[in-house]
Design a protein around this ligand. Structure first.
Ligand code: THG
Length: 266
């Protein structure tokens, strides 16, 4: 079944940034509860936006969230030191968001991840920057899976993020990722595919219809997880419906449950 990583606890979101700056625990707790009730499988926690405060903000967020959180966290930082600190604080085995092939980050993350039972998001990014072709994405994904396997992370715990780029800059950017996801799943059937979706619609109006349509196509290609807003009822309904249509909902149970609860409507 598709796994939703709830993206809302991120200090790049204005209201979250204010709540974190004011140490407004009630706001954060309420948001986490809502994401859980909406069907999130993980809560992403990103404290990166208040420059110079990431460590103390991450600590405060984890202390605030954990007492009410019944699902695992996705610890979200480009800084390996922050991820290590956060990992040492969590009660439930988390998802680590993320490792990449950027040398400095890769070299710091590998010893830390060695032998850990956690899930890990692997970004198809290296020191040359964003991938420029589906072959680029596939090559980086293969390297990441191979390297993570060698330190004891099983393929089934790896969530490859192929890095979605704006379709407004190049009409090929949709197919580039869709083709890459198919190729990665052909190479590694057990690997998960995740990522943020909203980059696809960057620079265009009415972004939500683009994001919803894109997630449907991505699910056909093999995406089985995404970092999204679980309170966006329309994208959640689209994901539940697509998951049924690609064979992940026996007897349509989840779809019917969603309709009965009011979460899914046409
Ligand atoms: N891949 C991985 N991790 C990621 C991303 C990714 N983590 C961060 C990000 N991308 C996904 N998370 C968010 C969180 C919030 C928002 C978008 C992505 C968001 N954006 C509003 C907007 O763009 O309009 C900002 C609105 C506001 O200021 O409140 O809400 O790709 N592995």
């Amino acid at each position: 079944m598709f796994e939703v990583i709830g993206e809302r606890i991120n200090t790049s979101r204005k209201l979250v940034q204010v709540a974190v700056a004011e140490r407004n625990a009630d706001y954060i707790i309420d948001d986490v509860k809502k994401q859980q009730e909406a069907g999130a499988n993980f809560i992403d926690v990103n404290a990166g936006a208040r420059i110079g405060h990431e460590e103390e903000d991450m600590r405060w967020l984890l202390d605030t969230i954990q007492p009410v959180c019944t699902i695992p966290l996705a610890l979200d930082s480009p800084d390996p030191a922050i991820l290590e600190m956060a990992f040492s604080m969590v009660e439930k085995t988390p998802m680590i968001n993320s490792i990449s092939l950027e040398k400095e980050r890769f070299d710091a993350m590998m010893p830390f991840l060695k032998g850990k039972a956690c899930k890990v998001i692997a970004l198809c990014m290296d020191d040359a920057g964003m991938p420029e072709s589906s072959e680029d994405i596939l090559g980086r994904a293969k390297t990441l899976v191979k390297e993570l396997n060698t330190i004891g992370i099983p393929t089934a715990n790896i969530y490859v993020d192929p890095l979605v780029q704006p379709i407004s800059t190049d009409s090929n950017k949709g197919l580039m990722v869709l083709d890459a996801v198919r190729a990665i799943k052909a190479e590694h059937p057990e690997v998960h595919i995740t990522g943020g979706l909203s980059n696809i619609s960057y620079g265009l109006p009415q972004r939500h219809i683009i994001n919803r349509t894109f997630v449907t196509l991505m699910m056909d290609a093999g995406m089985d997880s995404a970092i999204i807003d679980p309170l966006d009822k329309k994208i959640m309904a689209t994901i539940r419906t697509a998951d049924m249509l690609i064979g992940n909902d026996q007897f349509c149970m989840n779809y019917l449950k969603g309709v009965r609860s009011g979460a899914i409507e046409s």
